[in-house]
Design a protein around this ligand. Sequence first.
Ligand code: ADP
Length: 686
Amino acid sequence: MGNKGTGNESANRNEGTDGLPVSLESCLLDLRQAEETIRQQQRLLYQSEAQHNLLFDSLDEGFCTVEVLFDNADQSIDYRFLKVNGVFEAQTGIENPLGRTMREIAPEHEQYWFEMLGRIALTGKSQRLEHWANALGRFYDIYAFRVGDPMDRQVAILFKDITERKRQEELQAYLLRLNDALRSLSDPIQVQDVVTHLAMKHLGADRCYYCEIEEGNAIIRRDAFRADLPSVANVYPLSDFPILSTVINAGHPFVVFDAHTTELLDDGLRQLCLQTQAISFVDIPIIKDDSPCGILCITCCEPRKWRKEEIELARETAERTWIAVEQARAAEALRESEENYRAIVNQSIAGILKIGLEGNMLFTNDQFCRMLGYEGAELLAMHVNRIVYPEDHERNAAAFHGLVSEGRAYEIEKRFVRKEGAIIWVNNHVSPIFNNKGEVDAAAIVSIDITRQKELERQKDEFIGIASHELKTPITSIKAYGQILAAMIDQSSVPPTFTQLLTKMNAQIDRLIKLIYSLLNTSRIAGNQLTLQLEPIDLNGLLEEHVRQGQLTTSRHRITFIGEKLPSVMADVERMGQVMDNLISNAIKYAPKGGDVIVRAESRGGWVRVSIRDFGVGIPKEAQEKIFDRFYRVNDASAGGTSGIGLGLYICREIISRHQGQMAVESIPDEGSTFYFELPVYTERQ
Ligand code: ADP
């Protein structure tokens, strides 16, 4: 190198024709020139190496050059470190590697690495890969390529420790798999089954199970385990393992690396661990509401140094398992309660209906469908008005409006039209359903078919109507005969008992007539035949007259009238008189000890209000609305067994309501009652 030149050069340097220097000087000159060239090249080489070193040292990736060592059969068996950069040690954990071989440094380094580097050294084919290095406990991203003379079998490796990234990726993938698996499960036992299998596989463990803690027992319902191991599913009283109980109660993970040697176990628990081959384990207690409710256990048959992130993963798994189990339980409980509720609702003898605020039907039970003769699906596609009898629409809509605007529940008797056109009577209890903002969202209706009851009532009314009508004529005649008899008697010629008996008979005939008229009125009201002869009247005169008449019937009561100047009202004089007689006679009857009865009339806005107050037995709260029903009587000994049939107030209220007025009572038991009614003031326009 350098001592050979072109033909021209040799001519310049006085070479002979055979190529030898022609003189010593020229020979020395050549040598000096060659030396100079070498120095120059060394300088260049040095500079380039220094640059390379600088470059590699400034990399944040690890770099090394190794010489791959082969056996006689050209199998790569080891490699020696020739060169490493500054971060090599940080990236591998290997100190002072230069000149040492990998087998010296880490004898258990996997064969895979030797084979891979050997292949590159032999073929020159570079390789890029990500791989786990067990002996170093790290994951690497690697680029390896042959350098220098192939005969030197040197390979340069650029690498990066990606253990953390890999762990994160694996963790994410595991959690995703776990979530995917749990999402579709609704059975708590199945949840435990899936979780334990996934966790066992992911952590490379030999057994995994989820214990539920119930009433001092750890219950293992399902466990995942290596094929050659037995299941440990059973019920274990926690009192048998005090150490376990203490650790669980503290809520910390219970981690054992080696059950043979650890001081964390007492004899009982160690025995159980050895029996079940749980040589190393991680137990994660789940604490809810300050007490343990479950434990996720992951065990290995060999000693194992559990890493921090494995324990963290077990903790995460335990938490998710608990949530999934609880959700599955809640869903199961909800399903069960829904089934119960559905069964109850569908077996109910009452029709049950839910309607939206627009009147669209949202739910119907079987009985409601039977009552209406429709299929459930048909009803759900209909507006409720389609089944309400047209004449009842207005009344129905008014009551429903009160529910929508004020959330007021109500009860209504009305008619429905069945699919084939028949009409049924129902008694509906309608209650509001509120949303979570407290607004009325829908209405729940419990509907009872009262068609049969209505028919019986109609028959009864018909009978009462006919009977009272038929009785009216003979009793009127009897009354006339009684009066004639009384007028004909010569009191001086008959014994006094005779006169007394005749008077009593006439009084009883009067009572009987009153009763018959009450019955007649009732059947007229039911048949909508109660007619009124309306005229504008001054109530004061009428009230005074009836107070006076009332006073004549009692000596133990003092009936007072307090009036004021009243505007006229439109009323039927006879019917209003009937109302006053009834209220005054009740005030007397239900104050058997006597006392004051105060009748008051006053004008209030567009109304005239009349009240009748007594200081008698009063009416219990729960009966105060019912006393206006037909045939209702308060069953109270304090009323002293007063006679009556419970029709008076019913007729009074009907008469008042047909005058467009209203009637009510205020009463305190043992203190007395005030009945009052209000009638609208008469105006010319009426
Ligand atoms: P009757 O008096 O014939 O029983 P009513 O319809 O007039 O029928 O009255 C119904 C019930 O209301 C009575 O049975 C009684 O229990 C109660 N009641 C009516 N008026 C009074 C009153 N002034 N004080 C207490 N209870 C009364």
